[in-house]
Design a binder for this molecule. Sequence first.
Ligand SMILES: Nc1ncnc2c1ncn2[C@@H]1O[C@H](COP(=O)(O)OP(=O)(O)O)[C@@H](O)[C@H]1O
Ligand SMILES: [Mg+2]
Length: 133
Amino acid sequence: MKNKEKNIKIHGEADIAETSFEGKLSAETAGFRQSEQYMIATVISELARNIFIYALRGEIIIKIIEKNNKKGLEIIAQDNGPGIKDIGQAMKDNFSTSEGLGLGLPGVKRIMDEFVITTKAGAGTKIMVRKWV
Ligand SMILES: Nc1ncnc2c1ncn2[C@@H]1O[C@H](COP(=O)(O)OP(=O)(O)O)[C@@H](O)[C@H]1O
Ligand SMILES: [Mg+2]
């Protein structure tokens, strides 16, 4: 996939690795250095795993973006799952309802420059994150 926008459906565990790999490729195309490519891949893996664990299915959209001659990557993770009842609690370090070894949502927020979460109990979750080169 060489196009600027990728839309990957998360239906099973294998999709987590695929979307993470595609994210790394997009990060490379956008001009991120290698260490950042890996951090972005980890972020995508975390968001995709959350979809798989909590919502069972959803999608990840990976987009190369540009603003004021600056390139970046936008990642949208969305699902129609159960939503998050208490965002404040979900965003707390060390809060976890699963056995996640990952960085969790607080880690995702730390790595990325922009983080917007829209969710409602029973109405799904949408997380939009951006990082600039
Ligand atoms: N897509 C999602 N749908 C529903 N709940 C979610 C979703 N993503 C995260 N959550 C909730 O937010 C909490 C925090 O997520 P996270 O920081 O990734 O930690 P962990 O996955 O290790 O529990 C999760 O325990 C879960 O309750
Ligand atoms: Mg998680």
